[in-house]
Design a protein around this ligand. Structure first.
Ligand SMILES: [Cu+2]
Length: 130
């Protein structure tokens, strides 16, 4: 059940430097459609994730997200893994050792959603979307 908004063209970026530029761009695009003043809901939530052996950073961190906000995940790992956003989002980001990976989605469902790694199975963050 992966849902991508067709008006946001970038779903996967492999370079961490590009990610920042894209985040700014998305903020501008969101600010440009209907919201006259930039506020918190127009700004993407960027979660920088590091996977090192069996350690994840962050680890179980609770992150508040406003409904409709863009969430971007960037991952650096020392091993092949997969980062998964639970619930209806169905976001699965394959991670290759030594290569930055990223993805983004719009937080259009309210609730608590775990972001986890699969190798090993660890909870990286919990998104509280409201
Ligand atoms: Cu999972």
């Amino acid at each position: 059940m992966t849902r991508h908004r067709p008006d946001i063209p970038i779903t996967k970026i492999t370079n961490a430097g590009v990610t920042i530029a894209v985040a700014d761009m998305v903020a501008l695009v969101l600010a440009g459609c209907g919201k006259s003043s930039p506020d918190k809901t127009a700004k993407p939530v960027v979660i920088d994730i590091t996977l090192s052996g069996s350690t994840t950073t962050p680890s179980g961190k609770k992150i508040n997200v406003s409904k409709g906000q863009q969430v971007m995940l960037t991952v650096n790992s020392d091993h092949d893994d997969q980062v998964h956003v639970h619930g209806g989002y169905g976001v699965e980001l394959p991670v290759t050792s030594g290569k930055a990976a990223s993805t983004s989605f719009v937080a259009d469902q309210v609730g608590s959603f775990e972001v986890e790694s699969h190798h090993p199975h660890k909870i990286i963050a919990i998104l509280n979307i409201r």
